[in-house]
Design a protein around this ligand. Structure first.
Ligand SMILES: [Fe+2]
Length: 251
């Protein structure tokens, strides 16, 4: 039940990150892009104590999303692209959804928009968030990543300080260096996907848990991504009181 899992994510934000600057939901907000699903999402995230920024994935329907959430979510590109300037950082959120396709597409117009937003950021650190991964991960879903990512990579390389490019889509936690840039995926709130390094293109296996979010901490000299499993995470180990050496000797 992805709704119940999202509720658990919201509970975790309320409990632990009520002072965060914002949260990004990086697409695949609905399974089939239905109005009722977006209305349900809207109700669930009403409880979020911090601003929520949204973009779309391959399961979404852009016009239905915009009908429910408001046309103001679309940029000049017509896509759900946005810029968040916060505490010396620029965060650029890109909509890689393409109707009728499972892989991701960034249109030429979006690449131009990205380059302009990067130029405005000058030498400020930048984090890019989008639904589809650009880098292959040696897994079966490599053929549904960003289609022809070269223009995207070249646009990113016009900026001197891209700290992270963060995606979802693959239901897998990964971090990679690809063409000199740092790419991260997180497992997200739904099922996870197993990998097989001996047969990377074998059909993927769906696995239970975790429900995972990433906590991003940006300072001037570093950008840290911490993965938090809010479902099927680690339980704390209860430690027995430490015995003093003299008690052990007396026993
Ligand atoms: Fe996806």
């Amino acid at each position: 039940d992805t709704g119940a899992r999202l509720e658990a994510a919201v509970d975790n934000v309320i409990a632990r990150y009520g002072d965060a600057d914002f949260c990004i939901l990086a697409g695949d907000l609905a399974d089939l892009g239905h109005t009722a699903a977006y209305e349900r999402l809207q109700r669930i995230i009403e409880r979020m104590p911090i601003p929520v920024h949204i973009t779309l994935g391959n399961h979404d329907d852009r016009s239905t999303f915009l009908d429910v959430f408001g046309a103001g979510h679309a940029a000049d590109t017509g896509k759900v692209d946005k810029v968040i300037d916060s505490k010396g950082y620029r965060v650029i959120v890109l909509d890689s959804a393409e109707p009728g396709r499972v892989d991701g597409v960034l249109e030429a117009e979006q690449i131009d928009w990205l380059k302009a937003r990067l130029a405005e950021a000058a030498d400020r650190p930048v984090i890019v968030v989008l639904h589809h991964n650009a880098n292959a991960l040696h897994i079966a879903s490599d053929d549904i990543r960003i289609l022809e990512p070269d223009a995207f990579i070249e646009a990113l390389k016009t900026h001197p300080d891209i700290r992270q490019v963060i995606a979802g889509h693959v239901h897998l936690t990964s971090t990679a260096n690809y063409r000199g840039l740092q790419f991260t995926t997180l497992a997200g709130g739904h099922y996870s996907v197993g990998f097989n390094v001996d047969q990377p293109m074998a059909p993927f296996r769906r696995l239970t848990g975790p429900g995972q979010m990433a906590v991003i901490i940006g300072t001037e000299d570093r950008t840290t991504v911490l993965f938090e499993d809010f479902i099927d995470g680690n339980a704390e180990i209860a430690l027995a009181p430490r015995k003093r050496a003299e008690d052990v000797e007396a026993a």
